[in-house]
Design a protein around this ligand. Structure first.
Ligand SMILES: [Zn+2]
Length: 522
């Protein structure tokens, strides 16, 4: 190679490096949100007229309205809205598709849906969560769908599908006799909605397996069946021993992870606390001594009030009495927990509640039991972020946090049902929904590069234009119809499965008086 060629090559390389360096040095584009009212997730009073500077997926700063806005910034006008951090639901099941007895109950989730169908439904659920303003979920086990939650999370993180940030608990853990499917002929080996363990060695091994395959949390069922005794008290069957739970907690904590424990009441709840659970799920009936123990140990409390109001059996039946007892003791425990200032986080049990239903319904339940709207908001923002070890990163609109931001048009402190009508959703700086822009048509720039999924639901949009129906109603109806038809098709195509299911239904109706007509899982 002669000297001239070498110098030309050097020059070309220099130019290439220079252009790469300048691309790296030029700052990411800036977006500025003009917030009429800001509830930042941690302050107890709303702030007026704030500017939120968003760059590279994070909040750069929050300033008052006098701050100057660079000419090249994209402006999002939410000056007539209330702006909040993206919401966090700390108890969901992406892979659960309802438990309606008319559709085969819990068991149909496992017996009648293959893994691809379940993944498609979970994809729908993830999108539903995000479009309702829930930018983060703690998904507390997949109900027999293995490590699907971690794979859905991967698909979201790589940008393949829209969805919230997921903290997944993978398979869940219970003991023999401690989870569905059950009620089948004893000679049949039925699949289970969790990983079954017996003894501390198996418990530790299950924890290690789940952590190895990406579990962000572990989920343990410390109680299973529930019923009312002759005195009318709610009773729940304990599952794992303290030793078994301690092995799981020890293993999880060693990995820097936490353990969520499903526990209704009685000995199972006591074992959950003695075994060192990080969060109590449902916690329907907590004694004063247990409340004290939770306060002392710093245990998080994730009540799921709304989930227990659906589909009560008739009042004079075993199931009907049990359904009413569950709600009544849960309400009392929730009030006690509030008075004791336990760390309460927002949880819905979506999946047990069909994903077509609103995720915001728990806000109304919390408020009806005396929680202030601001406290309820913090349970779904900064407090949940703290439980997830994401303090300052999630659940707050402040400098340094992820730009997970939502907006509603009214004042949620006066009316919590505003959360059922979230109109703006941004996750990591990307806009997934902006009904304000659609209505006002003032910011065409919003349809630009930050909007990775501009038409969040093209089918619903088309259907609503054609039919004139509300997109949400029509979408839900279509989905329900499809589900109905699909169930019928499965029956015809899979006589083996159908007969197993029919047997199960007969077995249940003949010998099961203690289980719920729905909410087998809850
Ligand atoms: Zn649950």
């Amino acid at each position: 190679m002669n000297i001239r060629k070498i110098s030309r090559l050097t020059l070309a390389l220099l130019l290439l490096f220079a252009s790469l360096a300048s691309a790296q040095n030029s700052p990411a584009p800036l977006t500025v949100i003009r917030a009429g009212t800001l509830i930042d997730g941690q302050s107890n009073t709303p702030l007026k007229n704030r500017l939120i500077f968003v760059r590279d997926g994070r909040i750069e700063k929050v300033a008052d309205s006098s701050a100057s806005i660079p000419a090249d910034a994209k402006l999002i006008d939410l000056s007539n809205a209330t702006v909040l951090p993206g919401l966090i639901d700390s108890h969901t099941h992406l892979f659960l598709w309802g438990e309606d007895p008319k559709k085969g109950g819990y068991d149909a989730n496992i017996l009648k849906a293959g893994i691809a169908l379940r993944a498609a439904r979970a994809t729908y659920a993830a999108k539903r969560a995000l479009e309702q303003g829930f930018t983060t979920i703690r998904d507390v086990e997949t109900e027999g769908a293995g490590y699907g939650d971690i794979e859905i999370k991967q698909a979201i993180e790589e940008g393949t599908i829209p969805g919230p940030r997921i903290f997944g608990a993978t398979r869940g853990i219970s003991s023999t006799g401690g989870y569905n499917l059950e009620g089948y002929a004893p000679e049949l080996t039925m699949p289970k909605g969790v990983q079954i363990i017996d003894g501390p060695v198996e418990a530790r091994k299950a924890a290690r397996e789940q952590l190895e395959h990406g579990a962000d949390w572990l989920k343990v069922y410390m109680t299973h069946r529930s019923w009312v005794d002759k005195q009318g008290h709610l009773v729940s069957q304990p599952t794992l021993t303290v030793e078994e739970l301690k092995a799981i907690v020890d293993e999880a904590h060693g990995w820097g992870k936490k353990v969520a424990c499903h526990a209704y009441n009685g000995p199972g709840l006591q074992r959950a606390l003695d075994g060192g659970c990080d969060s109590i799920e449902h916690g329907l009936e907590i004694t004063d001594a247990q409340i004290e123990q939770m306060a002392k140990q710093g245990t998080w409390y994730c009540p799921t009030i709304a989930a227990y109001y659906g589909d009560w059996a008739p009042e004079n039946t075993h199931e009907g009495k049990r359904d009413r007892a569950r709600v009544s003791v849960h309400e009392t425990s929730f009030r006690k927990a509030m008075n004791a200032h336990l760390k309460i986080v927002y949880g819905t049990d979506m999946g047990g509640i069909p994903w077509q239903e609103p995720m915001a319904q728990e806000f109304r339940r919390m408020e009806s039991l005396g929680m202030s709207p601001m406290d309820a908001i913090q349970s779904a923002t900064s407090r949940a972020a703290d439980m997830l070890d994401e303090k300052g990163e999630l659940g707050v609109v402040a400098a340094g946090a992820y730009a997970d931001i939502i907006a509603v048009s009214g004042d949620p402190l006066k009316d919590v049902t505003e959360f059922g009508k979230v109109k703006f959703v941004m996750k990591a700086g990307a806009i997934y929904k902006n009904d304000f822009a659609i209505r006002h048509k003032r910011h065409p720039a919003l349809e630009g590069r930050h909007n990775r999924f501009p038409a969040l639901d093209p089918f619903q949009s088309v259907i609503s234009i054609v039919s004139g129906e509300s997109p949400t109603t029509r979408g839900a109806t279509t989905l329900r119809e499809n589900y109905k038809h699909d169930s019928g098709r499965n029956f015809r195509q899979s006589p083996g499965r159908a007969s197993i299911l029919a047997n199960a239904t007969r077995a249940r109706s003949s010998n099961r008086t203690n289980d719920a007509p729905r909410c087998f899982h809850t």
